[in-house]
Design a protein. Structure first.
Length: 418
């Protein structure tokens, strides 16, 4: 069986194409059964996210046109419209691709971890649908093991490489744990939503979302189990915040030095960590002059990100070396599968010969023959039967001058030169 991975992703296709090729979660099991039960693929797993749609499948032959045609038909896409964006990775390349995707090396954000969870979920659905077999089961189990090895042995995920993740990582450095901290998020746009997601993943204790429009604040707060307040309530609630992250479209500062001073007095000078990722700035620059305040701007975070991106790229090079080694290991296992039918046939043939000779031996014992003589006869009979076909083949090889077969026999039966 041959392995194939094909699809489109953020590297090859614009969002207009990716959205047309996505599989709806509720129809995924149906699609998996369709592509395998109609004989197009022997095994299949579908990975469909906002950044990629990929199908990993086991095929009886190297011809992949049928499964690609099915993919186009399923989504009602014209082949000529999708082919320019489509990539195909057969066999060894498919293995390397799966390992790289799981390790975050093929992601929009180098080293991100979300894709590994998505791959595990995709495989679990395919396994439950009964569309995976020996090939894909082994591929995905090794894929997950390789991703874990990369995370363990490299620093691929150790450094923050987005504004939101950098802000959260800095907060962790200032506070030993986020579980007991209260975070005030000012604004309700995409950046604040991403910060909220990172904070939630890092187990923050309590979040407050403040926005000029309370309904928008509530909408975001509901996603993360947070509290929503109007921007007008900031003066009364600022003292509750151990961490403040602000990103609004305001043209004037929202927090001034005086407001922060009053909050610090109420907090009895417990430190505050403040991140201003707005342009123009939401927090007056003079706030940085206050004791017990750690203020970072978006420029400060960008410096952190640039440093961390360099370390991730070095880690990625280490990860590629790990993957190269693991690909060789997996392909060695795949090649061993070619011998399985021959091994099975050999064992079946040997079992049939053994049963036939045992049957004759039992008849001779039942007729009263000496058991010792029957055992000696059985041993000779089995030896003659097992060596008959190889002996004839070796005689023919010697006659034909087939030295390779003679040498293979010596290796196969562990014969010395004498």
């Amino acid at each position: 069986m041959h392995l194939l991975a094909f699809g489109i992703n953020h590297h090859t296709a614009p969002v207009e194409i990716r959205e047309k090729a996505a599989f709806a979660p509720e129809h995924l099991s149906e699609a998996l059964r369709e592509v395998t039960h109609n004989g197009t693929a022997g095994e299949a797993t579908i990975l469909s996210t906002c950044n990629r749609t990929e199908i990993y499948c086991g095929l009886d032959s190297v011809r992949d046109e049928r499964v690609i045609a099915w993919f186009c038909d399923y989504h009602r896409l014209k082949p000529q419209d999708v082919r320019p964006y489509l990539y195909r990775h057969p066999d060894q390349d498919a293995v390397r691709h799966a390992f790289r995707v799981a390790a975050g090396l093929d992601s929009m954000m180098l080293g991100e971890t979300q894709i590994l969870g998505q791959m595990k979920e995709a495989f679990a659905k395919a396994h439950k649908a009964g569309t995976t077999g020996k090939l894909l089961n082994r591929l995905f189990q090794q894929t997950f093991a390789v991703a874990k090895q990369v995370r363990t042995e490299t620093a691929i995920g150790a450094s923050a490489v987005s504004v939101a993740s950098a802000a959260v990582r800095l907060a962790e450095q200032i506070f030993s744990t986020l579980a007991e901290q209260t975070v005030l998020l000012i604004g309700a746009g995409d950046m604040i939503e991403l910060c909220a997601r990172h904070l939630k993943e890092h187990g923050v204790g309590h979040m407050i979302v403040a926005n000029r429009t309370l309904d928008r604040a509530q909408l975001l707060a509901d996603q993360f189990g947070a509290e929503a307040i109007a921007l007008a309530e900031l003066p009364e609630r600022l003292a509750d915040a151990d961490i403040v992250i602000s990103s609004t479209a305001s043209q004037l500062p929202i927090l001034g030095k005086g407001a922060v001073e009053r909050a610090l007095k109420q907090r009895k000078h417990r430190p505050m960590f403040m991140v201003d990722i707005a342009v123009p700035r939401d927090i007056e620059a003079e706030v940085d002059e206050l004791d017990d305040v750690y203020l970072y701007t978006i420029d400060d975070l960008k410096e952190v990100i640039q440093e961390n991106l360099g370390s991730r790229q070095e880690a990625a090079r280490e990860a590629e070396r790990i993957i190269d080694t693991q690909v060789v290991d997996f392909m060695r296992w795949v090649k061993s599968l070619d011998a399985v039918p021959t091994i099975r046939a050999l064992r079946e043939s040997a079992d049939a010969l053994r049963e036939a000779e045992l049957k004759r031996a039992r008849r001779r014992l039942a007729s009263g023959e000496d058991p010792q003589k029957v055992i000696e006869w059985l041993a000779r009979a089995l030896t003659n039967k097992f060596t008959h076909a190889p002996t004839d083949a070796l005689k023919q090889a010697d006659h034909d001058g087939n030295a390779k077969l003679l040498e293979a026999a010596r290796r196969l039966f562990d014969l010395n030169e004498e």
